[in-house]
Design a protein around this ligand. Structure first.
Ligand SMILES: Nc1ncnc2c1ncn2[C@@H]1O[C@H](COP(=O)(O)OP(=O)(O)OP(=O)(O)O)[C@@H](O)[C@H]1O
Length: 230
């Protein structure tokens, strides 16, 4: 069974008379326990695909299902509910609330769902090397700290699916390995099905993946295999 199913997704952007074909018929199936890494040059469509998977954007064509429920072509409120229930999203543009501390950001989604888990938040922040920044505000963090705090904010409520855009941006190799370890531990947790899809430019992070898929101009590159490895 796939936790995440993408069938023939298209996303076009129009600015004045110019059309950008950001996704051109992308299909993907991710099984429980899988860590999938998306590679591709800047502008190849990685963030657009993650936004569609998260239901933050609705593709022009194709179909996306998350944990057996339809995400694409559904009203925004439905997509937001599905996202809160099943998905943790870490975005390049930042998914931290500026008026909340790192710890409170980590607790936010769980609190909204009625199940805040402070012990898990503190533990994850410790694991990614932010144990000493619990009470800092996002504006006080470096780029690498922001990415790691955003990752923990996406993971603390223990979603089924983690979607993360450059989770190891601006960190040293040792910290990157720690972050990769946290993500690996998440997908293999035995408390329920979990999977992760990460967009990155890091070949070091890609080496930790079960599957590496490369986007090129909104399509999988020829040697990419988008069927599940499990
Ligand atoms: N809101 C938008 N309006 C118009 N064009 C867009 C929009 N968002 C993305 N694009 C275009 O769609 C294409 C894919 O962009 P996307 O951000 O998905 O690439 P990416 O692979 O994530 O790049 P990067 O590695 O730099 O983050 C690019 O040509 C980009 O300019």
């Amino acid at each position: 069974m796939s936790l995440l199913q993408v069938h023939d997704v298209y996303r076009f952007y129009h600015v004045a008379d110019e059309e950008t074909r950001a996704l051109r018929g992308v299909s993907l199936s991710v099984a429980p326990g899988e860590l999938v890494v998306l590679l591709g040059r800047s502008g190849s469509g990685k963030s657009t695909l993650l936004a569609s998977l998260a239901g933050l954007d609705d593709p022009n064509g194709g179909q996306i299902d998350i944990a057996g429920a339809r995400m694409s072509r559904r009203p925004e409120a439905w997509r937001a509910e599905l996202r809160a229930e099943h998905i943790g999203v870490m975005l390049q543009s930042g998914n931290l609330m500026p008026h909340l501390t790192v710890l409170d950001n980590a607790l936010l989604t769980g609190t909204l769902l009625g199940r805040p888990d402070e012990a898990r938040a503190r533990d994850l922040l410790q694991q990614v090397g932010l144990g000493y920044r619990l009470h800092a505000y996002p504006s006080q963090l470096s780029g690498g700290e922001t990415a790691r705090a955003g990752l923990v904010a996406a993971l603390t409520h223990n979603p089924a699916v983690l979607l993360a855009d450059e989770p190891t941006a601006e960190v040293d190799a040792e910290t990157e390995d720690r972050v990769a370890g946290v993500i690996e531990a998440f997908v293999t947790q035995r408390d329920g099905p979990h999977c992760a899809v990460l967009a990155t430019h890091s070949t070091r992070l890609a080496r930790r993946a079960d599957r590496v898929l490369t986007l090129h101009d909104g399509r999988w590159q020829d040697d990419s295999d988008a069927s599940p490895s499990a």
